[in-house]
Design a binder for this molecule. Structure first.
Ligand SMILES: [Zn+2]
Ligand SMILES: [Zn+2]
Length: 258
């Protein structure tokens, strides 16, 4: 399964996997992974679905640098490639999601050419055996650029964003355009609080999300907050596959579990 690679600037690469070709019913085209290169250490942000031969590509790019791997949260499209790596970091509240082989049996009836590639593994992805828990606030010096872990609960309890000293903010599924998978309705208020805090703390950062368009402005956060505020008075349609209500508002499809 192919992965697209683009260099964004002297220290940053994006690697993109096609989620729609794997399972179109997730309503998402791209999963975005990022590689930040310091002078002596590199940080890989998310590991994708695990079938694109990611490790080989990363090793070619980082040369002799040390590699640190971070998961923005524990959903399969961001962590299933962990088994190819060591030195994986995830927030402690999301750790249990990657502690056991990942069950991808939901791909058995996807019916796509790519989903069949998982058959040889029995639709189970092996775990990474070297995982370090995060709590938020950790800073890593990569050489010439530092990254900081920001705990941003909402999408999952252990979701993180990663800020660099070069004005970049990697947001995983906490913020992106397209299909946004909301937490349980009782947690949405808490998620909105996280979004407001982020927009206020990083007003001039460039946003690099886990899905769809990248290198976007902080206005995506205000757009998302506005969409969330109008959710209750918007029209909805029930999606049986996702067992969720869909709200199409502006550039978002909000997916709310029932
Ligand atoms: Zn997610
Ligand atoms: Zn995702």
């Amino acid at each position: 399964m192919d992965i697209e690679l683009h260099q964004l600037n002297d220290h940053l690469y994006i690697l993109r996997e096609r989620l729609d070709l794997l399972e179109p019913r997730f309503l998402t085209k791209y999963v975005n992974l990022y590689l930040v290169l310091g002078t002596h250490t590199a940080a890989l942000i998310d590991t994708g679905h695990g079938m694109s031969g990611l490790r080989r590509k990363i090793m070619d790019l980082i040369e002799d640098r040390e590699l640190l791997v971070f998961n923005t949260h524990n959903h399969f499209d961001h962590v299933a490639g962990n088994h190819e790596f060591r030195n994986v970091h995830i927030h402690k509240l999301d750790y249990k999601g990657i502690a056991f082989p990942l069950d991808l049996s939901f791909l058995e009836d996807a019916g796509t050419e790519y989903s069949k590639e998982f058959e040889v593994l029995g639709y189970k992805m092996p775990v990474c055996d070297e995982v370090f828990p995060l709590i938020g606030g950790e800073v890593y010096d990569l050489g010439g650029v530092e990254i900081e872990i920001v705990h941003t609960p909402g999408h999952t309890g252990g979701s993180i964003c990663i800020a660099t000293t070069k004005g970049e903010l990697f947001t995983g599924d906490t913020i992106h355009y397209g299909a946004v998978y909301l937490p349980d309705p009782s947690i949405v208020g808490f998620y909105k609080e996280t979004l407001r805090e982020l927009a206020e703390a990083y007003p001039s950062y460039r946003i690099y999300p886990g899905h769809e368009e990248f290198e976007i402005g902080i206005e995506v956060v205000w757009d998302l907050l506005e969409a969330l505020d109008s959710l209750e008075k918007s029209e909805t349609e029930y999606n049986e596959y996702l067992d969720a209500n869909l709200y199409r508002i502006g550039r978002f499809t909000l997916v709310s579990p029932t």
